[in-house]
Design a protein around this ligand. Structure first.
Ligand SMILES: Nc1nc2c(c(=O)[nH]1)N[C@H]1C(S)=C(S)[C@@H](COP(=O)(O)O)O[C@H]1N2
Ligand SMILES: [Mo]
Length: 364
């Protein structure tokens, strides 16, 4: 029983990742960063994060219950959902734990470096249409979303559940998505229907959605009130993790060393490119450094486009000289938020958007 009631912990200084963390990392893979060249992440390359097991949920047996404080409780099957108005949104999604493995001390959990990202076009029914059909009562303050997956986490047995305020849930781009990049959802991404909340970290985007309940008081479930809080001490309530902090990443330049993945380039011009995004205010500039953050120069950002919630490509020119270099990039947003070069530590290891460092060896 010890195994299943272990409280959240941070690793001893210098301790390597555990076999439990390796097991999580093998199930939940990241985006190979070279795939950031694609505007839309090809199927199978989008990162994955699954707390428990992928539930077996055949599409023809699936039902979505909408109940609680509503005038007309609903039970929808996939055919009923598909008769409702559809909308497609391009969304860059990132796990709130992205960057966790670089924190010191290291919170013990899924050990992401920087690769827990992906960009997909999600198609489905805007949630507000379903809420209107059910008639959410004025006394409701939140909607609780329940997935079909079940597990135990730090001793608490649970279905995966998250909530949104009625206002957040009614945003026009919040979807009950049944397609990803034009194809039915795959089992690992939440088939047959998941919630998509553009701009939010991944934990809000409940997969294998089977129930939406309108409730009169803020939801206090595990994934809302215990996990996904910014805390320095285990016993403080903490602030909730919500929207994605700004981040820029480089498409790895040159070619990799197999084991270390250190990059190798030849002397001369090396075109740099990458992506930048924020779930808060839009990214308006990216800066690049070739000396580990000592000096910065501006990158060229692709023109703003219609995809408010998707990453933007940036490019920069760099001339490599023999030796070792540390490339880094940082995103800046319209409201003046600057991606930090130092990490902001918290016990859960959330939202560590410290600028990425890419070690490059230039041959002679
Ligand atoms: N039902 C359910 N929904 C879930 C999860 C889960 O474990 N169960 N993981 C969440 C987390 S933490 C993330 S980061 C995203 C990952 O979505 P993806 O695997 O499609 O990239 O799904 C979210 N939705
Ligand atoms: Mo996540």
């Amino acid at each position: 029983m010890d195994e299943i009631s272990t409280p959240g912990r941070v690793a001893e200084p210098g301790a390597g990742i555990t076999l439990h963390e390796l097991q999580l990392a093998a199930r939940n893979h990241g985006l190979p960063l070279e795939a950031m060249r694609y505007d839309l992440t090809p199927p199978g390359l989008h990162y994955l994060l699954i707390h428990y097991d992928i539930p077996y949920l055949p599409a023809d047996a699936w039902r979505l219950r909408v109940d609680g404080l509503v005038d007309r409780p609903l039970e929808l099957d996939l055919a009923a959902l598909r008769t409702m108005p559809t909308h497609t949104v391009r969304v860059t999604m990132e796990c709130a734990g992205n960057g966790r493995a670089r924190l010191e001390p290291r919170p013990v959990s899924q050990p992401w470096l920087v690769e827990a990202i992906g960009t997909a076009e999600w198609t489905g029914v805007p949630l507000r249409h379903v809420l209107a059909a059910a008639g959410v009562d004025a006394s409701a303050v939140e909607l609780v979303f329940t997935g079909a997956d079940h597990g135990v986490e730090r001793g608490v047995e649970q279905d995966y559940q998250r909530s949104l305020t009625v206002a957040d849930a009614s945003e026009p781009d919040v979807l009950l998505a049944y397609a990803m990049n034009g194809a039915p959802l795959t089992p690992q991404h939440g088939a047959p229907v998941r919630l998509v909340t553009p701009g939010w970290y991944g934990m809000a985007q409940v997969k294998w959605l089977v129930r939406i309940e309108a409730v009169a008081t803020p939801f206090e479930g595990f994934q809302q009130a215990t996990a996904y809080r910014f805390r320095q001490q285990p016993d403080e309530p903490g602030e909730p993790v919500t929207r994605m902090a700004p981040r820029a990443l480089l498409v790895p330049p040159g070619f990799p060393d197999f084991m270390s993945r250190v990059r190798v380039v030849r002397p001369g011009p090396v075109p740099l490119e990458g992506r930048a995004w924020s779930g808060r205010s839009p990214v308006t500039a990216v800066e690049v450094s070739a000396d580990g953050g000592g000096t910065w120069f501006p990158a060229d950002l692709d023109p703003p486009n219609m995809h408010r919630w998707a990453w933007r490509r940036w490019r920069a020119a760099w001339t490599a000289t023999p030796g070792t270099h540390v490339l880094t990039a940082r995103a800046l947003t319209a409201d003046g938020e600057e991606q930090p070069t130092a990490q902001a530590w918290n016990r859960g290891g959330f939202a560590n958007n410290a600028a990425q460092h890419v070690e490059v060896h230039c041959l002679t």
